[in-house]
Design a binder for this molecule. Structure first.
Ligand SMILES: [Ca+2]
Ligand SMILES: [Ca+2]
Length: 609
């Protein structure tokens, strides 16, 4: 009798559990588009009692392929297939369980002018890097948002300063005036996390942070920048999320993360490990599975649901907003199988798109195999077109600091045989994570100008950090090198976005950058041509860029004294009967008695006529 009673109780429990009302709180993505190559997608369903349910669409053009029941009934996944000939419309997804029927809207949208979007970026672009919180506050009403961690405090280097998308929209003319062609913003997704003004600790992967703007403002910004001839590069993070993300308190699966908030490995940051033939599993695991910092949870992209979520989320943002490229954060820390498939899927859907992976290592031999098609990579191809050239940045930094002459810069470029495509490198002297060029140069303006002349005339896709064009200095600390752009915030004493609001020092640098960018655009050999260089002698570095009928000669004197150059050497690289037109100051250079003189710490660009 006792046994029968127990069985009855068990049956009753199972029945009760089965019949517990299903509740749906959210599905991600919340919509898709008609006519996408990516037409088989996986929906992530959030709710309660998501077990033993059925699901169907109110159209035969969307079919349910598979429903996944997890041990955590608060989540489920559904594979769906959207017919290629579906007509855009407001479709519904019906969930049925017992007596419950719930309908969720699932709109299939019409794609917006695919031919005019997703333009990619290449060496003809000049990328301008912006940290939105520190650039311009265009809407002071969004600086504090009810229900979110409030860390708005102007003047505190680690707090939010109120910059936003509206502030960027308000300054589109500034970018046109400077001449840059692509804007890369540090991440703009919701970061309900303290000290997260930088945006790298997301708490919602489908929502722009309300302090920065809304999804609609982001889309509007992309449209307006496109109308102004600018492209947008989206900063994407597959590696980690904030420990405040709702997933952390209620994990969809036990292996959603690498470890747990309480118990995880730390990252050892050995980014060469992927190519190291002597690597141990432990070193590899600490790179891939270690947490970058303790409050950024490391996602396990080997989990198929995580993988699908991240790939679809990326494609959703590209399609929703119309962006042109992605800068992928902490690239080597992501599982290689995932990152290869992620890039392949994106570029399959958007062949004109481009992706740059942040690989922060200063040695070419470790950077090169990360590039798509690299023969050095004996394993799975990365499908990653562009890599960050931290090797060149290191050489710039050492020169700016006075630790070396120009030779190491030449030496970095001499390693270019290792790259599959040396022009597909993002090149930079500073960025949001490292001290600004002017700080490294200890205020030596001529030295900074020399480095940026090389940056914009050698090879690769040049990137300039906001404020570097007006000589912002900062220091080694993040909060200070990421200082506000003056004129972007209420109460600023003057407006550095305008000529009459800038000091003479700032205008000198701004004019220099503007002219350098103009010249790069005017003389295509600088962005597209073949590089040919002489090994530096006595800290004088001479090189040419050639394409079709155009030859440019660049001469850098990295020393603090005048230097003579033998005209015969120039003839050997540029040909006889030289006529050198200085495109910066629009004058002809005189070669006297077979010699010419370079001013101390100078950089000159000539058109060889
Ligand atoms: Ca604001
Ligand atoms: Ca990782």
């Amino acid at each position: 009798m006792k046994k029968i009673f127990s069985v009855l109780l068990l049956n009753l429990f199972v029945a009760t559990n089965f019949c517990q009302s299903i509740k749906i709180t959210k599905i991600e993505p919340s919509n898709w588009w008609a006519g996408m190559k990516t037409h088989k997608i996986q929906l992530m369903v959030y709710g309660e009692n998501l077990n033993q349910y059925n699901a169907s669409f109110n159209t035969p053009k969307i079919t349910i392929q598979k429903i996944y029941a997890l041990s955590n009934y608060d989540y489920s996944f559904i594979d769906i297939s959207i017919s290629q000939d579906i007509i855009p419309g407001d479709y519904k997804l019906k969930f049925s369980k017992g007596r419950d029927d719930i309908q969720i809207e699932f709109p299939i949208l019409k794609r917006e002018n695919p031919a005019e979007r997703y333009k990619g970026f290449n060496s003809n672009d000049i990328v301008y890097l912006i940290m939105p919180d520190r650039f311009a506050d265009g809407d002071t009403t969004n600086n504090k948002i009810d229900g979110m961690i409030n860390d708005f405090k102007q003047g505190d280097p680690l707090a939010r300063h109120g910059g936003d998308l509206e502030g960027i929209i308000n300054h589109l003319n500034y970018f046109n005036d400077l001449g840059v062609t692509a804007l890369w913003f540090t991440p703009v997704l919701e970061n309900n996390h303290s000290i997260s003004y930088h945006g790298y600790a997301a708490t919602d992967l489908y929502k722009i942070d309300p302090r920065i703007g809304t999804n609609e403002t982001y889309k509007e910004l992309v449209n307006k920048t496109h109308q102004n001839g600018l492209k947008i590069i989206y900063d994407h993070v597959s590696n980690h999320i904030s420990t405040n993300h709702p997933w952390i308190k209620n994990m969809p699966t036990s292996d959603w993360l690498n470890g747990t908030k309480e118990n995880h490995m730390n990252a050892w940051h050995d980014k060469m490990v992927r190519w190291d033939i002597y690597k141990t599993q432990l070193t590899n695991d600490h790179l891939i599975k270690g947490w970058f910092v303790d409050d950024m949870a490391d996602l396990n992209q080997e989990n198929q649901f995580v993988k699908n979520y991240l790939i679809e989320n990326t494609i959703w943002w590209i399609e929703y907003s119309g962006i042109d490229g992605i800068r992928e954060d902490t690239y080597p820390y992501i599982t290689s199988v995932f990152s290869s498939e992620w890039a392949k899927e994106i570029l399959n859907e958007y062949p004109t798109f481009n992706i740059v992976g942040e690989v922060w290592t200063g040695e070419t031999a470790f950077l090169a195999p990360y590039q798509k098609g690299s023969k050095l990579n004996k394993g799975l191809d990365t499908n990653l077109p562009v890599v960050t050239d931290f090797a060149l940045q290191n050489a710039y930094s050492n020169f700016l600091r006075g630790k070396s002459d120009l030779y190491p810069i030449y030496n970095v470029l001499a390693h270019d045989f290792l790259y599959q495509n040396p022009n597909n490198l993002l090149v930079f002297a500073d960025n949001h994570d490292i001290p600004r060029a002017m700080f490294e140069a200890n205020g030596d303006v001529a030295k900074v100008k020399l480095v940026f002349t090389h940056l914009l005339t050698s090879r690769g896709i040049p990137q300039i950090l906001y404020g570097t064009e007006i000589g912002m200095v900062g220091n080694t600390e993040h909060g200070y090198l990421r200082a506000n752009f003056r004129g972007g915030f209420p109460g600023d004493k003057s407006n550095a976005f305008e000529e009459n609001g800038r000091t003479d020092y700032e205008n000198d640098l701004f004019s220099f950058f503007k002219k350098l960018i103009e010249i790069r655009k005017q003389y295509k050999s600088l962005s597209e041509g073949m590089l040919s260089h002489l090994a530096p002698i006595n800290n004088v570095y001479i090189y040419t860029k050639k394409c079709k009928n155009e030859t440019m000669l660049i001469m850098l004197n990295g020393s603090n004294s005048k230097k003579e150059v033998d005209g015969n050497i120039l003839e050997s690289v540029c040909g006889k009967n030289l006529k050198l037109f200085n495109v910066m100051n629009k004058s002809y250079l005189k070669i006297i008695d077979g010699k010419l003189t370079l001013e101390p710490m100078s950089a000159n660009i000539f058109l060889v006529e």
